[in-house]
Design a protein around this ligand. Structure first.
Ligand SMILES: [Zn+2]
Length: 340
């Protein structure tokens, strides 16, 4: 058995996927209709192609998120999208799913941060019961936000910890907005026991990665595509065992790497770094996690041991409490036996 089907059957963990980038096309159409919002097309296949097409520029790319965020302004819409993500994850062989979203984006119609996350949680919990996928939430703040808004989101995230929020993330335009102004928000999240991850080393280089690690105390790095440009920092990431959430296709789409075959994840594996594969966005990147494993296996010449390591790292690097995480790792290792 070759291609994505083989990888669909393997148990996997997805640590980096954005809720607002992962709606089903048909659901986006339903929700836009209900809200009276226009779309570039009302045919699901054409809409999927539009959302995942190479962007002309950043404005064009961001306009697609404007479409999805516009429909994510009611508890019902958030709950539905979260639930469907669990259903789609289950169908793709995902056993552990960390969904990330910036709850401040869903306040346009008057929802509070707590109401947004509660709706997201209801959808994930219902999906968890129906499909047996363990789920958790990472709340994002965005680089262009004022630091006090980041701190407000961090405080809400800590408050929501008992309700499924396990992590705090910084996303958004990396090139123009440094991470350092958000350090107080990360300190709040850290004191509250949340896992910390930062999008870094994608649109910007090692300086941005240094800020993520030294200013925000990141436990994990999202992307880390340009980490290899700084050998000293690469060694520090290896020594500290900081896991990197790799997004192969997304990095090609944004032009950070030319093609999967030259993605630095190959070098990271060889150097003994902790890496796992993720998707970034199911809709905007036009990918599934099993598809990304298929791309990696074909382009990077993965050995069975490396494939197993990439998969298990996804479970090991999760932000769940250690006992829950260890149980998932053990179950995944057992399920992989004989398959890889
Ligand atoms: Zn991302």
């Amino acid at each position: 058995m070759a291609g994505p089907e083989r990888f669909r059957l393997l148990p996997k963990a997805e640590l980096h996927v954005h809720l607002d980038g992962s709606l089903r096309p048909a659901t986006l159409i339903d929700l836009a209709d209900a809200a009276g919002l226009p779309l570039p097309t009302r045919e699901p296949g054409a809409l999927a192609r539009h959302m995942a097409a190479a962007a002309r520029d950043l404005e064009d790319y961001l306009s697609r998120f404007a479409l999805t965020v516009a429909v994510l302004q009611t508890p019902q819409a958030l709950e539905r999208v979260a639930y469907e993500m669990v259903e789609d994850a289950a169908a793709d062989g995902v056993r552990y799913l960390e969904v990330r979203y910036c709850p401040a984006l869903s306040r346009e119609a008057g929802l509070t941060l707590d109401e947004v996350v509660a709706a997201e949680r209801r959808g994930l919990a219902a999906g968890e019961r129906a499909f047996g996928v363990r789920t958790a939430i990472i709340n994002c703040t965005l680089r262009h936000f004022a630091p006090d808004l980041s701190e407000e989101i961090a405080e809400a995230s800590v408050r929501q910890g008992p309700h499924g929020v396990v992590g705090f993330d910084l996303a958004g335009g990396e090139a123009d907005y440094p991470a350092a102004p958000h350090r107080a928000a990360f300190a709040i999240a850290s004191r509250g026991g949340l896992g910390l991850t930062v999008h870094a080393g994608e649109a910007a280089g090692p300086a941005s990665l240094r800020e993520a690690i030294f200013e925000c105390q990141a436990d994990r790095i999202g992307h880390g595509t340009r980490l290899h440009e700084d050998p000293e920092l690469t060694e520090l990431v290896r020594e500290r065992g900081i896991p990197i959430e790799i997004n192969l296709t997304s990095n090609v789409q944004t032009g950070v790497v030319r093609e999967p075959a030259v993605h630095p994840v190959r070098r990271y594996l060889d150097a003994g770094l902790r890496v796992t594969l993720c998707t970034d966005n199911w809709l905007m990147s036009g990918v599934t996690l099993s598809g990304e494993y298929a791309v990696a296996a074909a382009a990077l010449d993965l050995t069975p041991a490396e494939l197993r390591q990439l998969i298990l790292e996804g479970f090991r690097a999760g932000f769940l409490p250690p006992a829950d995480r260890d149980r998932l790792v053990a179950e995944a290792a057992e399920a992989l036996r004989g398959l890889v």
